[in-house]
Design a protein around this ligand. Structure first.
Ligand code: NZQ
Ligand code: ZN
Length: 399
């Protein structure tokens, strides 16, 4: 196990009706609340009503910032920063999915910067740690996908420059998150699928990395993956089941609250390449991951003995592959094939053409340039490796 620090102080309110706690959270921070949301789904799933009722009870002034888009953009963040400064906001409340939460995290960061500092150039591009004592952030979650509700990461797109970058810094961590599964009952099938792809991918990017020692993190990652697959099937069968949605919501939070990455190197290459796809083509994050992830797997599974062994273990423990009489490599390949078959079954896109991205040489070059030297654990992925992975995404994975 590698050395680690674990510090995750997010207070979680889980279950139906838990948005009432927004009242006490707001009351304890006297001043204006900036209510951040997207295109209006929160007015159809009940979250807006619940949150505004709680805020009325608390008595804080409420300023609304709506219209956050999926793959949130810098200009919306700057609009929010202006509102925070004008109204002396004491709590930023994100009500929505990962995009709304991330936009709110960057509003919090942007509001804490000096006049001579630039949010994009000085922080997002460089990864410079955020200052302490930012305007606190609360979350009311409406998707099961990103884990942003219990983490210090956020992702932002600078559309003018076609850049989509992840940024991680502890002060961005929400103070509290309300996870009420009833808000997920309105999620369209497509969005449900993208969310599941995202959380599954998150668990993999922690699990498929060195060191290959005996680590509880890996056992937990396998358990979460098996559970994600069960929740996924249940949500497909019963999209309006509270239990199925509740499981999906908690699965996604545990998939990226850093518990299963403790002691691990982690390997976020698939996310790095996906960000390039969204930066230029604005596709849903989960759709891009579904295209890239199995191709990354094929690229690395035989790159070193530890990788093959880990993929074989995954095939058996997560996908139920029978290893009798098969080589480790054959078992590993069967696991990846089962994953691809599952993605196909649930209607996830598997190739660049399926998400409307052309695969001509110039496009592959610019996507690879964005991905750059992505790094990785089992296999170090250079810009040219990223291009090779992208080139393989023209067709679906076969062995
Ligand atoms: O805008 P509204 O009207 O709210 O509609 C949204 C949006 O169109 C809709 N939606 C959300 N909740 C709904 C709903 N529709 C019906 N019922 C509901 N309950 O869904 C659409 C997508 O929302 P979005 O927030 O974009 O989805 P998601 O939660 O998947 O977030 C994706 C974003 O998070 C980033 C992604 O890159 C992407 O920008 N990520 C953030 C991470 C983090 N902060 O740690 C990690 C992830 O790997 C990911 O990269
Ligand atoms: Zn993700």
């Amino acid at each position: 196990m590698r050395n680690f620090i674990f510090h995750n102080p997010v207070k979680i309110y889980f279950g139906e009706g838990q948005a009432v706690h927004v009242a006490e959270e707001a009351k304890s921070r006297p001043g204006a609340v900036l209510l951040v949301y997207g295109g209006g789904s929160i007015k159809r799933n009940g979250a807006y009503n619940d949150v505004t009722a709680a805020l009325r009870e608390a008595g804080n002034e409420v300023i609304e910032l709506s219209g956050v888009t999926p793959n949130p953009r810098l200009d919306k963040v700057l609009e929010g920063v202006k509102l925070v400064k004008e109204h002396g906001v004491s709590l930023i409340l994100a009500v929505g999915g990962g995009s709304v939460i991330d936009c709110a995290k960057f509003i919090s960061l942007g509001s804490g910067l000096g006049e001579d500092e630039d949010l994009w150039d000085d922080y997002v591009e460089t990864g410079k740690p955020a200052p302490e004592n930012l305007v606190p952030l609360g979350v009311v979650l409406t998707t099961a996908a990103t884990g942003s509700e219990m983490g210090d990461a956020a992702v932002l797109t600078n559309w003018a420059r076609n850049r989509k970058l992840g940024y991680t810094s502890f002060p961005l961590t929400p103070k509290f998150s309300v996870l009420d599964p009833t808000y997920l009952l309105t999620l369209p099938d497509e969005q449900t699928t993208y969310g599941f792809v995202d959380m599954f991918c998150h668990t993999c990017e922690q699990y498929f990395s060195l060191p290959s020692d005996d680590n509880l993190s890996d056992e937990m990652a396998e358990a979460i993956q098996r559970h994600i697959l069960r929740s996924w099937r249940a949500c497909r069968r019963h999209p309006r089941s509270y239990e199925a949605r509740g499981n999906a919501m908690w699965d996604s939070t545990l998939a990226l609250n850093r518990v299963i990455s403790r002691g691990k190197e982690e390997d976020w290459v698939t996310h790095g390449i996906e960000h390039a796809l969204s930066a230029y083509f604005d596709i849903p994050h989960g759709a891009g991951l579904a295209v890239v992830h199995p191709h990354w797997m094929k690229y690395v599974y035989a790159s070193r003995p530890e990788a093959t062994a880990r993929f074989a273990r995954w095939a058996v423990n997560v996908w139920g592959v029978d290893s009798t009489g098969k080589s480790e490599r054959e078992v590993a390949e069967e696991g990846i094939e089962r994953y691809v078959d599952f993605l196909r079954l649930v209607g996830a896109p598997l190739t660049l053409p399926e998400v409307g991205i052309p695969s001509d040489s110039a496009t592959l070059d610019k996507l690879a340039d964005h991905a750059g030297e992505v790094g990785g654990s089992y296999r170090h992925i250079t810009r040219d490796d990223a291009r090779a992975i992208l080139a393989s995404c023209v067709t679906s994975v076969v062995f």
